[in-house]
Design a protein around this ligand. Structure first.
Ligand SMILES: Cc1ncc(COP(=O)(O)O)c(C=O)c1O
Length: 417
């Protein structure tokens, strides 16, 4: 990684990342940045217009019985369309792009990231099965395991995110699925996806990674050995905080099939307008990620120098305990990280947060705007302990100028003291 000074005296980290499709880095196989801009767009089919319109609709008409029969029998990802709920040109275009970026055999897009989580977990499970779930997972994913799966007769064991190959000892004869989330979205523990996926494969267990923090330009879990990737496209892929969408990307067509059937049976196909918005967001994903990363690194370094801050949790920092694993498996870091403050009263934190100018308080992340929340990382954990004496603030570094973001944080610290 090299550093350069930019106009306006902002330090930008210029990251050289190998973002070709592996083994396909010739002119015939475009760079992923080019793929992002061009994939699936066919202006000739759209009267010359650059973008496809949203194909709103339920009914798709066929001219002959043979054509309808053929479409009904065909592969849901490649055959003719038969009904709006089962796929539209927009969902298919987005699925094709996602599969290409992640190096998967195919993808299914659904109404939200949480729907994708649910479908990735439930589509392969039956009564009596067992799931291994990372302890630092997204809260609602935990609720699925605690409240919905038991009603289906499926049990869950939580494991410490640093378990690595030790996961082997937790695999039971009825374990069907190992679920990872890397890094966790509050305290950013990077999991050893390679080691865990290898053990899953050897034990005949499916592996799933929620990789929402790092879009495929920065991390491709299927290449690390995982069977499925879950992505909340709501975040960086959408990029504007104006849609909810999720995807499950599968390593093989065989693995994809039950996911598609389950998603269809739930009636959860993504709305065409959201797919159009998401595709629009993805055309500029690469440049946005570079900006999020450069600003986040700069601000993370600045925060490390502040007396109010005890620790910064950002795997891209060399001082972060997850840095080595991150460096091995990721080619970049996004704009989301956390800071542990020295012990501070809640009213003092409220004084800081209530007066922020650019960092607004709100859940989610990945949009163009900066966000800040007071997080509770220990809540719900059962297999790992959260050891911190001070409160945790999670920051999303948006696309504003870092000078203004730092000034905002600096003023906030002044209000706190
Ligand atoms: C890691 C992770 N996975 C999944 C989701 C769910 O995404 P959505 O909000 O689109 O349902 C979120 C949402 O915050 C998340 O942080």
């Amino acid at each position: 990684m090299e550093w350069a000074t930019c106009e306006g005296s902002v330090l930008f980290a210029l990251v050289t990342v190998p973002r070709m499709i592996p083994d396909e880095n010739s002119a015939a196989h475009p760079h992923l940045d080019t793929e992002l801009v061009h994939h699936g767009r066919d202006s000739e089919q759209q009267f010359g217009f650059v973008n496809a319109p949203p194909y709103r609709g339920s009914t798709v008409v066929h001219k002959t019985l043979a054509s309808l029969d053929e479409a009904t029998r065909a592969d849901a990802h490649t055959g003719d369309f038969i009904y709006g709920l089962l796929g539209t040109p927009n969902s298919r275009e987005l699925e094709g792009l996602l599969a290409k970026l992640d190096g998967g055999a195919g993808a299914v897009v659904v109404q939200s990231g949480l729907a994708a989580v649910h479908i990735a977990i439930a589509s392969h499970l039956s009564h009596g099965d067992h799931v291994l779930m990372v302890d630092t997972t997204y809260g609602p994913t935990r609720r699925i395991c605690d409240e919905i799966l038991p009603r289906m007769g499926v049990s869950t064991t939580y494991y410490d995110p640093s378990i690595d190959a030790g996961i082997d000892a937790l695999v039971q004869p009825n374990t069907k699925l190992i679920y990872m989330e890397s890094p966790g979205s509050l305290t950013f523990e990077v999991q050893d996806v390679r080691a865990i996926s290898e053990i899953a494969r050897a034990r005949g267990v499916l592996s799933v990674v929620d990789a929402t923090w790092a879009p495929a330009l920065f991390c491709r879990p299927i290449e690390l050995g995982a069977d499925f990737v879950v992505r909340a496209l709501t975040k960086y892929e959408g990029g504007s905080s104006d849609l909810l969408l999720g995807a499950v990307i599968a390593r093989t067509r065989e693995l994809l099939r039950p996911v598609k059937v389950y998603a269809d049976d739930l009636g959860s196909l993504a709305h065409p307008e959201d797919c159009v918005l998401c595709l629009r967001g993805m055309r500029s994903l690469s440049v946005r990620l570079q900006h999020h990363q450069a600003s986040a690194l700069h601000i993370a370094h600045w925060l490390q120098s502040r007396s109010e801050v005890a620790r910064v949790f950002y795997p891209a920092l060399e001082t972060d305990p997850n840095h080595t694993l991150w460096k091995r498996d990721f080619t970049g870091a996004t704009g989301l990280f956390s800071v542990e403050l020295h012990p501070t009263a809640r009213e003092d934190i409220a004084r800081m947060l209530d007066g922020m100018r650019y960092f607004r308080m709100g859940y989610s992340w990945g949009g163009f705007e900066s966000l800040i929340i007071l997080a509770e990382p220990g809540k719900g954990r059962t297999a790992s302990r959260w050891r911190a004496s001070g409160p945790l603030l999670r920051l999303h570094i948006g696309l504003e100028h870092v000078r203004d973001l730092i000034a905002d944080l600096e003023d906030g610290f002044k209000r706190m003291s």
